[in-house]
Design a protein around this ligand. Structure first.
Ligand code: PMP
Length: 406
């Protein structure tokens, strides 16, 4: 397996060695956020212990060092995404802010009455609500793309909904609630035939498989650092160079200008024009460490390991009486959303928590996707590269005890 084992990477994660409620932690809430390797934690300590500075080029040594670290982070993100260059990467707080940036900057300028924005029913609220808001403002139409019963995007319906009116298609590269990995490259090519732009929400994808924005031909690609073993509060937006160059700044302030007079301001070049104010410098330092850590692994071996663990977990969970798994599209990341007969999802999560097992219960910020299955709430176990089949066994054993206790 190219030298990759879950056991070897577990050594990098101090938190995985704590106990919760007297039991060794079993962290199965990776779709909400991933844990951080010591390489990331140490990079943050080193930055604040020895390198903290704001990033003004040329002011002093530490400012230059911080600037270099910040721009090294940008180059690392460009590398991670297969972007043509660092100038196509804008730092943001996370996926949510990236999508709002595109909606407010590109969307306000490009959408109008009679235009369609196509959004699959399985999207996270952060890939629905910003479009809804800008659609209201511009009198464009937000059009849901339906799902098939197994939780895939209905490709026939998608092809039918596309038209000369379509300005934008916004799709997740992997669903946080059903795990579905849609054929983004094919969907993008189809959208482009109608002249539409495509935004890809990569929040759930980047930690699980390599991404290549040029191969996808995505116009925009967004992700959050905290789902990629990096700190919270930092993420990135990739935009095609010609799109980014034409986009108006969405926030004004320091760091994004060339010169300011009361009559007129000229803006800095992209990507800086899109980054008003002091950025999350330590966040970028942590993100750089996380990207370096992740890309030092054999990613093909990691993806194969996760697929194997997913298949194992799927089979093991399906054997629990009364347990129903939701979503069974053939291409999926390791997200297992389920209901358990006789117990509401919050009770299931509480029960597992008492055994030190962290899962999420609720609507997963994807209410339309759950509504598609007639549900308001579900339990979700989401796996990462450091999870093991023993942990899956513990999840299953705990669920079986819950069933027996009823
Ligand atoms: N999209 C998807 C598919 C997600 O899973 C998430 C996080 N659950 C988001 C967007 C939003 O990410 P963030 O809260 O980090 O901005």
């Amino acid at each position: 397996s190219g030298g990759f084992t879950a056991e070897s990477v577990r050594h990098d994660f101090p938190i995985l060695h704590r106990t919760v409620n007297g039991h060794p932690l079993v962290w199965l809430d990776n779709a909400a956020t991933t844990q951080k390797p010591r390489q990331v934690i140490e990079a943050l300590t080193a930055y604040y212990g020895a390198a903290n500075s704001n990033i003004h080029r040329g002011a002093h040594t530490m400012a230059r060092e911080a600037t270099e670290a910040y721009e090294a982070g940008r180059a690392a993100v460009a590398g991670l995404l297969g972007a043509p260059g660092p100038e196509t990467v804008v730092f943001v707080r996370g996926t949510t802010e990236a999508i709002n940036l595109v909606a407010q900057s590109w969307g306000r300028a490009s959408l109008g009455p009679g235009d369609d924005i196509l959004v699959p029913v399985l999207e996270h609220h952060s890939d629905i609500v910003p479009w809804q808001m800008v659609a209201k403002e511009t009198r464009a139409r937000l059009v849901p793309v339906p799902l098939t019963p197994d939780g895939a995007i209905d490709q026939d319906a998608y092809a039918d909904l596309l038209s000369a009116r379509t300005r934008l298609v916004a799709i997740s590269h992997a669903s946080n609630v059903l795990g579905t990995v849609p054929p983004v490259k094919e969907m993008t090519a189809l959208a482009h035939r109608y002249g539409a732009r495509v935004l890809v929400d990569g929040a759930q994808a980047v930690a699980h498989f390599p991404v290549d924005v040029r191969d996808l031909d995505a116009d925009f690609y967004a992700f959050s650092g905290h789902k990629l073993f990096a700190p919270t509060g930092i993420g990135a937006l990739y935009a095609k160079p010609e799109l980014l160059a034409a986009m108006a700044p969405w926030q004004g302030g320091g760091n994004m200008i060339e010169s300011v007079e009361f009559g007129e301001t000229t803006f800095a070049a992209v990507p800086h024009r899109m980054e008003a104010g002091t950025g999350h410098i330590s966040g970028v330092v942590g993100l750089l460490a996380a990207v370096n850590w992740l890309t030092s692994l054999d990613r093909g071996a990691v993806a194969a390991y996760e697929d194997g663990l997913m298949a194992y977990a799927h089979e093991a969970l399906a054997a629990v009486p009364g347990l129903e798994l939701i979503g069974s599209a053939p291409d999926r990341i390791a997200v297992l959303t389920f209901t358990l007969a006789g117990h509401d999802p919050a009770t299931v999560a509480d029960w597992l928590d008492a055994d030190g097992i962290a899962i999420r219960a609720g609507h997963h910020c994807a209410q339309p996707a759950l509504t598609h299955y007639g549900l308001e709430s579900a339990a979700r176990a989401s796996l990462a590269l450091y999870n093991t089949s023993e942990e899956v066994d513990q999840l299953v054993a705990s669920l079986l005890r819950l069933q027996q206790s009823a």
